[in-house]
Design a protein around this ligand. Structure first.
Ligand SMILES: Cc1cc2nc3c(=O)[nH]c(=O)nc-3n(C[C@H](O)[C@H](O)[C@H](O)COP(=O)(O)OP(=O)(O)OC[C@H]3O[C@@H](n4cnc5c(N)ncnc54)[C@H](O)[C@@H]3O)c2cc1C
Ligand SMILES: NC(=O)c1ccc[n+]([C@@H]2O[C@H](COP(=O)([O-])OP(=O)(O)OC[C@H]3O[C@@H](n4cnc5c(N)ncnc54)[C@H](OP(=O)(O)O)[C@@H]3O)[C@@H](O)[C@H]2O)c1
Length: 282
């Protein structure tokens, strides 16, 4: 347990033996990686880190399919890689869905356990899908912040943009802990620490528990409060680019808002001024 009450377990002996032989054979064409760290933030949210296969390459912002070796045909689910492309380990930020086919088990993993990862990463929240601009807006709700935890740790983000504005809206204050700690600690990062100073802005809000900033980002931007509070100019297609990650409803409303500001949706094969990705289905 850390001072903040967050439970943090790290594998102290990287070569520690797993608790026993796997009960099921590892499927073909997946990486079987070892859990090295598990950190629980709330009863609904945790992060974990696994070893990185030497041959695994991905672009910051992409997602992969992960599962557990707990069945003959394991359940695989999409997960954004939350760590940057240069990291020696792979990090994920996860929901705990009660009775969720994957996360009812995933939430119990411990250092030394095995996580399965399909070999092919994919996704639209990548630099290649945006045309050059001055400011990059990363707009998220809930676990939709995960791909942005990767992008804000990637030097390419600061080589391409002068300013990066990361937004996360959650129902409750405790759900903001992961990204708040990550951004606070980023100034000490040996690779991007100097780059982020004065250039990365974190704007967090809640909607169902009192907090210093409250409201959905769509309401705050359309109403103008966001721009008054941050001193940033209104979003314009001349200088601003955006990535969105959240629920289906959030994507729909945020996409409509950005289109109202004059931005155009892009894709890997047709870069434009904003891109979107689902944080979950349903
Ligand atoms: C492209 C993509 C990237 C994703 N990245 C992540 C990620 O980085 N972290 C993550 O935790 N999940 C992510 N998800 C969701 C993830 O794939 C699973 O749905 C989630 O792990 C729950 O799995 P499950 O089998 O326990 O329940 P499921 O059967 O998959 O989900 C059951 C229900 O739980 C709710 N739910 C599922 N996922 C979430 C979520 N993340 N936040 C809030 N409610 C949810 C939905 O209402 C869903 O219908 C992503 C999904 C997509 C499509
Ligand atoms: N059992 C529990 O304790 C518990 C707790 C929370 C959630 N859940 C369930 O988990 C699922 C996901 O919940 P979640 O909180 O992770 O995700 P969510 O419902 O998408 O909410 C995350 C944040 O996004 C905001 N939001 C929702 N729709 C939006 C839109 N169209 N535009 C802009 N912002 C929007 C929400 O604001 P609003 O508050 O205004 O909607 C909230 O602040 C839901 O099915 C929910 O019922 C369970």
């Amino acid at each position: 347990m850390t001072d903040s009450g967050i439970i943090d377990h790290r594998l102290t002996e990287p070569d520690a033996a797993p608790s026993g032989p796997p009960a099921f054979p590892i499927p073909d064409n997946v990486f079987a990686e070892k859990v090295v760290l598990v950190e629980h933030f709330t009863d609904r949210l945790f992060r974990f880190r696994i070893t990185r296969p030497a041959s695994f390459r991905f672009r910051s912002g992409e997602f992969v399919l992960i599962g557990l070796p707990n069945a003959e045909r394991p359940v695989f689910r999409a997960y954004s890689v939350a760590s940057p492309a240069w990291d020696e380990e792979i990090e994920f930020y996860s929901i705990k869905v009660p009775d969720g086919p994957l996360t009812e088990h995933l939430q119990k993993i411990k250092p030394g356990d095995t996580v399965l990862m399909r070999k092919k990463p994919t996704g639209t929240l990548v630099h290649d899908a945006l045309v050059p601009g001055k400011r990059l807006y990363l707009l998220s709700t809930g676990t939709g912040v995960a791909p942005f935890a990767s992008l804000i740790r990637d030097p390419e983000t600061y080589e391409k943009f002068e300013e990066v504005i990361l937004v996360q809206t959650c129902r409750e204050v405790g759900e903001l802990t992961y990204i708040t700690h990550l951004v606070t600690d980023l100034v000490n990062d040996p690779l991007v620490g100097e780059m982020v100073e004065g250039r990365l802005k974190l704007f967090t809000t809640t909607t169902r528990e009192p907090f210093e900033r409250m409201g959905r980002i769509t309401d705050l931007m359309i109403g103008g409060t966001f721009f008054e509070q941050t001193g940033l100019p209104h979003i314009s297609p001349a200088k601003d680019r955006a990535m969105i990650c959240g629920s289906m409803a959030m994507l729909k409303d945020t996409k409509a808002m950005l289109e109202g500001f004059g931005l155009i949706e892009g894709a890997n094969n047709a870069p434009a001024t904003f891109v979107i990705e689902r944080a979950f289905v349903g």
